[in-house]
Design a protein around this ligand. Sequence first.
Ligand SMILES: Nc1ncnc2c1ncn2[C@@H]1O[C@H](COP(=O)(O)OP(=O)(O)OP(=O)(O)O)[C@@H](O)[C@H]1O
Length: 456
Amino acid sequence: MSDAKLPLLVVEDDPGMQKQLKWSLDDYQLIFADDRASAIKQLRRYEPKVVTLDLGLPPDPSNSSEGLATLSEILALQPHTKIIVITGSDNKQDAINAIAHGAYDYYQKPIEPEELSIILKRAYWLSQLEQQQQAYDKLTLHLGRVIGDSPEIQKICRVVEKIANTELTALLLGESGTGKEVFAHTIHECSDRRSGPFVAINCASIPENLLESELFGYERGAFTGAHKKTKGKIECAQGGTLFLDEIGDMPLPLQAKLLRFLQERVVEPVGGRHEIEVDVRVVCATNKDILFMSQQQSFREDLYYRVSEMTINIPPLRERGCDVILLARAFLINFNQDLGCQVKGFDESALQALTAYSWPGNIRELQNKLKSAVIMAEGSNITAADLNLMAQEAPLAVFNLRQAREEAEVKVIKQAFSFTNYNMSKAAELLGVTRPTLYSLVEKYQIVINREVTAS
Ligand SMILES: Nc1ncnc2c1ncn2[C@@H]1O[C@H](COP(=O)(O)OP(=O)(O)OP(=O)(O)O)[C@@H](O)[C@H]1O
């Protein structure tokens, strides 16, 4: 048990019994209540996960009606409370009734502290497990919008889970259409800010002269056309998450103002003289190499370090293995519904084409291709022709195990050579084979070695 004792509500009207429990249950922070009203009051105040409840409570301690009413009220207020009902030795039927009403367990007097302790420990343990499960369910619910089984995407999901509840400013990097906004939204949904707003602004799509007032808001009369005081996107995200998309396109003069906001967490509307405090979590995204841009002075270096407290690289679709099929199947279901179509699936040629194509437009392109394929499909399955992917972009996927093994062997042998600077003995050692075996593999696969291979 940790230093901070867990609260245990003991609903018991017998002072002698209260005393006995006080001595024997030293591990817990005991909170006593001697009737229904005080039990509910203490429940609200301490929110204990576990309660022991004597069924015979005043005003009618001789039967279980008041105890059962207390049980129901506790469960109505805190449905996950584990209630252990304590009954006299001849009231087993009452105890069974209580279990039917939602009690977790029962214990018959006389009290044996060690036995009761075991039951309590189990109740707290179960309650903790349930809490963990609920937290996990919440996460999987929010991560549910991210479709992807590949290790790359699963790894990103784990990072998102970890950073969601921190205040770290996250920078999402990836090609266009890889899902940067999806992940930004997921960070928000997995955080305690989920009940607050998620406000996205695309820094590339708003003209430079309007971006400042869009972000920071403006006072009435600040410029021609500013008829009324207007909140900026940053202030609109109060209590929630601000997603700055395409941050690499933010004009340099505005970058200075953004940096100030990130450091001080205050905004000054255009034409205003007062500062407004804002509590927002910031997530940024770009498909530009802003580290390189900062070295070239086309992006502020100090801003780069400020926004990249946690950088997440989102891989392009072509590097996510079979995720493309998973996504395609999910989108097919959506498009069938939206377009009132009944396409069943993909034929072999379509699956080959989907996995072999390089998807320069990533998931957005996949969505577009599928939408038109669903409309174009003549049969019950989508074919490669329906997908209309550029033929030259689609070398056949390898489904031949022998060929796949050989290709993997060649790749790893070449890697071993480059790691060992083309030293045959060291490469053989690294690969876990003898030198003669490595020689014969080099010969078998006709591996061209750029440098002269050193034998020692
Ligand atoms: N893992 C995913 N699972 C399901 N849908 C996804 C996933 N990733 C992206 N999408 C969908 O793909 C489309 C493009 O995603 P998104 O807008 O998040 O990409 P982006 O990287 O922000 O693009 P851009 O850089 O062009 O703004 C959206 O319709 C989104 O719902």
